[in-house]
Design a protein around this ligand. Sequence first.
Ligand SMILES: *Cc1c(COP(=O)(O)O)cnc(C)c1O
Length: 389
Amino acid sequence: MTTDVKNVDFKQLAVSGVQGLHPYQPGKPIDELARELGLDEKDIVKLASNENPTGPSDKALAAVQQQFAELTRYPDGAGFDLKATLCEVLGKEGCNIRAEQITLGNGSSDILDFITRVFVNDGDNVVVSQHAFSIYGLDAKMAGGEALVAPAKDFGHDLDAMLALINDKTRIVFITNPNNPTGTWLNKQELLSFLDQVPTQVLVLLDEAYFEYVAEADYPNGIELVNQYPNLVVTRTFSKAYGLASLRVGFGISSPELADLLNRVRPPFNVNAFALAAAQATLLDNDYLANSVALNNAGMAYLTGEFTRLGLSYIPSVGNFISVKMPAGIDALAVNRGLLQAGVIVRPLANYDMAEYLRISIGSEKENQVFIRALESVLAEQTAAQVNA
Ligand SMILES: *Cc1c(COP(=O)(O)O)cnc(C)c1O
């Protein structure tokens, strides 16, 4: 066999789903902007990835510290202790879950990848909503499938439109509640009516990444429904309200049968020992969660008040982020560039079919103020440029 290394087109060799993929675009990292602008990292405010602005739980820090001595050891691949604590904590909230129903992920994105790899074959499809988290469609394409996108209703999921897209080739419907980046949410009655109509052989992945922030009375707890709907998988994460985005840990809850299938594609030791220990400690730290939620509520009230003062419209959000619309004639990407120059990182939403919007994660009191000041001056500059044009 002859090999002419220079002329190999490796893209041709990649599996077909991968050839057409565009990688997920995360929020710009703080150190990257600091390098570009020659700024100190401390002078940069990042409100782009829905991270918890409070810093980690002290209990999580202590648990991580304790793990240092065990650096030479593999983590517990079964995550026994974390699963036991999850069962206990969920049990107190009225969710009767057994350890066999839990799949641990390196972030909840891991579970989204697992469910797609288990169920989506070449030529299959998944149903997603317009303006939903882009990872769902990426995973499906990687598996050789496609994402059917249902138009949104008032920026939220239109469950009837999603039901209408289900066909013989549909394997999974992805529901995000509340949705990122819109912050819209579905109530219990809407969700139950949807679950009752989805054919049982079609899986429903209910992504509850922002569950802990929501206080609305008729917001459903998906985990309560898992024992009733055999096709339902609920995911949650430690990356947001629990403040552990760096460690990468999340989980799925489903029937034991589905959990068994998801665990078959789970790489061994996918969750490291620091993440396992920190997640367990944070779960038991009620004050941390209560503080994080209270800070978020105060920050949300401040930002929405300021948007109103500035005459900006926004999509009411129950998450730890809010999407705000730029005034007519003002380019959101130009505003984003202006904010970056001022050391403030937010998320432009052109990739989410919302080109006029910017998504702002709720930060600390100080970060929110820095952002508002920067936004006000960038908008003034942009408006002046518009007048002069
Ligand atoms: C942030 C987020 C996640 C969580 O990602 P991790 O992998 O757990 O960090 C999942 N779904 C949505 C919609 C998110 O916004």
